[in-house]
Design a protein around this ligand. Structure first.
Ligand code: PLP
Length: 410
């Protein structure tokens, strides 16, 4: 058996960590090792003040004047422009609005309209189910359209034919943490004449993404995971500039109109990415996201990726001797920023860890998921978390009856 690193060695890694200073940007409770930032990111220390300012000053005192004077009307585009570097997008292609599911509905419907005569949407069976439900919903509205599930992204080449209008895939798998080859898959899909839609919920803020360089057509993602926008914070969408003039999305609300305040009876989409807007932005969520982007603007994504791989690699090294199946790929170019471990009693084991202050989560039927967020996690915390997992398994404390009661959210 190879020797695993000691806590002292982890302390040395922390002392040399170029991102260590970011920890002070977050409010985390004492005694908690937070390994669920891939599900709900931690609270940036500056967020409460920004939200309070919006509520008390912009809303409370400035009232309706804030639509112009505080930049409320432009905020979905402003935040989209600030988020764009995190997904490798030149300006004017990202907008912050709605939720991932709603945004997928919009871009998938737009993609089908851009490929008349083709009627198939391909998605992966193991995808985050909301993406599949939305694909069913969109194809159900288009005459003759259908969604087809791939057993895995590896089956793509076998199924890509003249009838495929669009392919929807997750960049990083929410369960296994597997990272797909965005450039190669996008190329193959486009060579078959179809459009490529990436869901980047589990990669944005976890690793550098190159939507422009990969020639991606559309993308959607959420902001409450690695981006730390807060619970239910607005999602975003990306539409490559070359598609914007022809792209028509079906939720044609007034915020996407060329002249929303002319109150005309007919719909005419505004030029540019703004045509993918539908309604009034939820400004409290947008304000919170703005505060978290202040932090992201200071972070170097290459350093984030390097530390992410170091943290996940350390955790895998430390838990391997426990005899659990590591479901996440060990190859660094195939791994996102989480580690999934298989255990038939994963649910109570995770609950026992949470009682010890180590917060991960569980995905049915048997995966324990641990997310690694380089901006606020230390190497010593990873070491401690692995130690707690070893103790929970060795002591059998997870067998206590209280750990098997399930809440609505796992
Ligand atoms: C988290 C997540 C979503 C969330 O969808 P919402 O509509 O924003 O609730 C969608 N897709 C993937 C892959 C996710 O990981």
């Amino acid at each position: 058996m190879t020797r695993t690193r000691t806590r002292e060695e982890c302390a040395a890694l922390d002392a040399a960590d170029p991102l260590a200073g970011f920890r002070a940007e977050f409010s985390l409770p004492e005694g908690v090792i937070y390994l669920d930032g891939n599900s709900l990111g931690a609270l940036p220390a500056r967020t409460p003040e920004r939200v309070r300012e919006l509520v008390e000053v912009e809303w409370g005192r400035q009232l309706i004047r804030s639509w112009n004077e505080a930049g409320w009307f432009e905020l979905p585009r402003t935040l989209g422009g600030r988020l764009a570097p995190l997904v490798g997008a030149a300006p004017g292609q990202v907008v912050v609005c709605d939720t991932t599911s709603v945004n997928l509905f919009k871009v998938l419907a737009a993609a089908l309209r851009l490929r008349p005569g083709r009627r198939t949407v391909l998605a992966e069976e193991a995808a985050f189910p909301t993406d599949l439900y939305i694909a069913e919903g969109v194809t159900g509205l288009a005459a003759g359209a259908r969604s087809v599930l791939l057993p895995s992204a590896a089956d793509l080449d076998r199924v890509l034919d003249q009838d495929v209008a669009a392919v929807v895939l997750s960049h990083v798998d929410y369960r296994t943490g597997e990272l797909l080859d965005m450039a190669g898959i996008t190329r193959r899909v486009q060579q078959a004449g179809a459009l490529m839609i990436w869901d980047v919920c589990h990669s944005v803020g976890a690793l550098p993404i190159e939507l422009d360089a990969c020639g991606v057509d559309f993308a959607v993602g959420c902001t409450y995971k690695y981006l730390n926008g807060g619970p239910g914070s607005p999602a975003f969408l990306y539409v490559a500039e070359r598609h914007q003039a022809a792209a028509e999305q079906p939720l044609s609300g007034w915020f996407g109109h060329a002249r929303p305040f002319a109150f005309e009876p007919g719909y005419e989409p505004v030029a540019g990415i703004g045509r993918f807007l539908t309604s009034s932005p939820s400004l409290l969520g947008q304000a919170a996201l703005g505060a978290s982007l202040d932090v992201w603007e200071k972070a170097d994504l290459q350093a984030v990726r390097a530390k992410s791989l170091a943290l996940t690699g350390l955790f895998i090294e430390l838990v391997e001797p426990l005899g659990l199946e590591v479901v996440t790929p060990r190859q660094v170019d195939r791994r996102g920023s989480q580690v999934a471990l298989r255990h038939p009693d994963g649910y109570p084991v995770v609950q026992a860890l949470i009682e010890r202050g180590v917060i991960g989560d569980f995905r049915a039927p048997d995966l324990m998921r641990f997310g690694f967020t380089p901006l606020y996690l230390s190497y010593q915390e990873v070491w401690d978390a692995a130690r707690h997992l070893a103790e929970v398994l060795e002591s059998g404390e997870w067998r206590a009856e209280r750990f098997s009661r399930r809440g609505a959210v796992t």
